[in-house]
Design a protein around this ligand. Structure first.
Ligand code: 5AD
Ligand code: SF4
Length: 474
């Protein structure tokens, strides 16, 4: 799985500004003065969304505008996810579908980046099977995108580039960001993961855990608040281990308090919290914060202690439940969400039922559920996995049916409550305004478009499956 360095480019000869202005000039000539257009497809988690915003920042500096229409694109990028096989197959399918477009528009540049491109077999597959792909680069060399694009445009060959050990361990500050929304913003506080959960590919494709300096985060945070974003999410694979390796150590709760002290009308969220590292200090900080949402995404993955151990999660069912109990006591209106893997290798039906009982016991607002997907190179992929996929799919349905019942019971209690909602958009179909509560629940209500980007008080009138309907309180 480790990088093959045989095709590495030499160290860049010029600062990135040189490549940015060269690509801009090349595209101007190619387009005879018309604005070049870029289309960026993003798969996977919020970290990939945040990475795509950086690539778009570079593209904007290089003179590109953005489109959703493949026919008018001069540059198409797929930012890929490697967490599950299904997402990988979709990427191969979607790239394959561009063959005809490339034949009709030979100057179109097709590129892939992201976690999947850090996997040797995946980038090799692209190289062999999709000769019309021009540029492939992994997560560790994202900061060199202008240079890589310049090389793809000027050298008469395809460019494949992945990071080396040093780049794995580095954080490059000061990259441009082209944020997609106007109300929600993502802020990466750390990269990589050291946990090696036995099913997970992330530590292999995103490298070792490394935290940004708090000053750099604070600067970016202040500018996001000043730009008017009102729902800001701090991102990291395991934010609870933030800062442990910094020269001047600082923990995540301290970082949260530092950011929460910035004045402004905004909400602060974070993801993802690993239950083994979530502390009482974190919960207390959430309870006391001025802007910190009462929402905790706390992936449990499984309800059986044997499976948790096999997964190398570092906590037991009892420890998880004790943490939830403490959090609920301190923050009575806490909204809890979680990730669950169904059908880990060797999981029995009885063990799966322990997940269902945990879900019932906690009463999550919502679940993100996945059928186990073997990832080459991980420890779990070598374990015997006797339960057929169809059986696991039935278990998943069973879990979702239980969650629907729980949601219905909890939703019924929402009617009559009033929430402060951040209005994000107007639905095209029914014209209703769509907003989000502090607990990350969607609320639909009638109101004027001018409310978009602002907070509104909304009383809940009906609730189904965590889509709440409400009316504006004047
Ligand atoms: N198979 C299925 N789900 C996985 N996840 C991570 N790796 C796998 C895998 N191999 C899920 C976990 C994680 C979420 C982001 O994706 O639940 O929390
Ligand atoms: Fe993967 Fe576990 Fe790291 Fe999350 S904490 S990214 S599941 S290895």
């Amino acid at each position: 799985m480790k990088n093959d360095l045989s095709e590495r480019l030499p160290e860049p000869q010029h600062p990135k500004e040189f490549y940015i202005s060269e690509v801009r000039k090349i595209m101007q000539v190619r387009k005879r003065g018309k604005v070049p257009m870029a289309l960026v497809h993003t798969y996977g988690c919020q970290q990939n969304v945040a990475d795509s915003e950086k690539i778009k920042g570079f593209l904007a500096q290089m003179g590109f505008s953005f489109t959703e229409d493949e026919e008018e694109a001069d540059f198409i990028l797929f930012n890929t996810c490697a967490v599950r096989g299904h997402a990988e197959n979709r990427v191969f399918g979607n790239v394959g579908a561009l063959k005809d477009l490339k034949r009709r528009h030979p100057s179109l540049i097709i590129s892939l980046c992201g976690c999947m491109m850090e996997e040797k077999q995946a980038s090799e597959h692209i190289k062999q099977k999709f000769p019309f792909v021009n540029l492939v680069f992994g997560t560790h060399v994202l900061h060199r995108f202008p240079e890589l694009l310049w090389t793809a445009l000027t050298a008469s060959r395809r460019v494949f580039e992945r990071g080396d050990e040093q780049e794995d361990a580095r954080i490059v500050e000061g990259l441009p960001i082209h944020r997609d929304g106007t109300t929600r913003a993502w802020l990466t506080v750390m990269y990589g993961c050291d946990n090696f959960c036995s099913y997970c590919i992330v530590p292999y494709v995103r490298g070792r855990e490394r935290s940004r300096e708090p000053e750099a985060i604070l600067d970016e945070f202040r500018s996001i608040v000043a730009d008017g974003y009102k729902d800001i999410t701090l991102l990291g694979q395991n934010v609870n281990s933030y800062g442990k390796k910094l020269e001047r150590p600082i923990n995540f709760s301290q970082l949260l308090r530092m950011l929460d002290a910035v004045d402004g009308d905004y909400r602060l969220r974070f993801m993802t919290s690993h239950p083994k590292d979530a502390t009482h200090e974190l919960i207390d900080t959430m309870a006391e914060g001025r802007h910190i949402c009462h929402h905790l995404h706390l992936p449990v993955q499984a309800g059986s202690n044997r499976i948790l151990k096999e997964m190398n999660r570092g906590y037991t069912r009892e420890k998880y439940l004790a943490l939830v109990e403490y959090a609920r006591k301190k923050i009575p209106d806490l909204s809890l969400t979680t990730d669950i893997i169904v059908g880990f290798p060797g999981e029995t039906y009885e063990e799966f039922r322990e997940t269902v009982s945990l879900v019932r016991e906690v009463g999550f607002t919502s679940l993100f559920t996945f059928i186990y997907s073997p990832r080459e190179g991980t420890r779990a992929a070598r374990l015997p996995d006797p339960v057929p996929y169809e059986e696991k799919a039935r278990w998943l349905q069973e879990l979702c049916a239980e969650q629907e019942k729980i949601s219905a019971e909890r939703c019924a209690k929402e009617v009559g409550k009033t929430y402060r909602v951040l209005v994000e958009k107007q639905n095209e179909k029914d014209g209703l305004l769509c907003g989000r509560t502090d607990g990350n629940v969607i609320v639909l209500f009638e109101g004027s478009k001018e409310l978009i980007g602002n907070f509104a008080e909304v009383k809940i009138t009906a609730a189904r499956n965590w889509i709440l309907r409400g009316e504006l309180i004047q």
